[in-house]
Write a protein that binds this ligand. Structure first.
Ligand code: FES
Ligand code: FES
Length: 157
């Protein structure tokens, strides 16, 4: 039997029904229509499905949609504001930190959460903070460079 879920996604309130077994990643993509949350391994390894749940990075393939009832979610679609890319998105573009883009939404959210928590993160802390997100394309160097470059903008907030 479907259950009612009330939650906020990227600042907007939603009230939707979902099967208790529906994974949050598929709820976001198929029910809400936010396809920026990617699905890769579906076993919590790749990080492509990373989102922020009440400000913390979680892998949305490891949660049921009903577990997000009453929560605040940010997906990659919520990073840009008023049509302007966020600092971390700008830095990824500037530093060529993506190729196919499959990992990118998860990387952006993990990096955003890390810099929000600690804009003075060292390279080692950045690498550790992104350890749950795998990239098959870039070799990570440009990604780490982008996160370092964006850090200054987070200090101003
Ligand atoms: S799809 Fe969720 S961690 Fe890979
Ligand atoms: S840019 Fe292709 S998997 Fe990361």
């Amino acid at each position: 039997m479907k259950q009612l879920i009330q939650l906020r996604i990227n600042g907007q309130a939603y009230e939707e029904e979902a099967e208790p077994r529906m994974l949050l990643a598929f709820f976001l993509r198929e029910t809400i229509g936010l396809t920026g949350t990617h699905v890769g391994c579906v076993v919590g390894e790749c990080g492509a499905c990373s989102i922020l749940l009440d400000g913390r990075v979680v892998k949305s393939c490891l949660l049921f949609a009903v577990q997000a009832n009453g929560k605040e979610i940010t997906t990659v679609e919520g990073l840009a504001q008023d049509g302007e890319l966020s600092p971390i998105q700008e830095a990824f573009v500037k530093h060529y930190a993506l190729q196919c883009g499959y990992c990118t939404s998860g990387m952006l959210l993990a990096a955003h959460a890390l810099l929000t928590r600690n804009p003075d993160s060292s390279e080692e802390e950045i690498r550790r903070g992104l350890a749950g997100n795998l990239c098959m394309c870039t070799g990570y160097t440009q990604i780490v460079d982008a996160v370092k470059a964006a850090a200054g903008e987070y200090k101003k907030v």
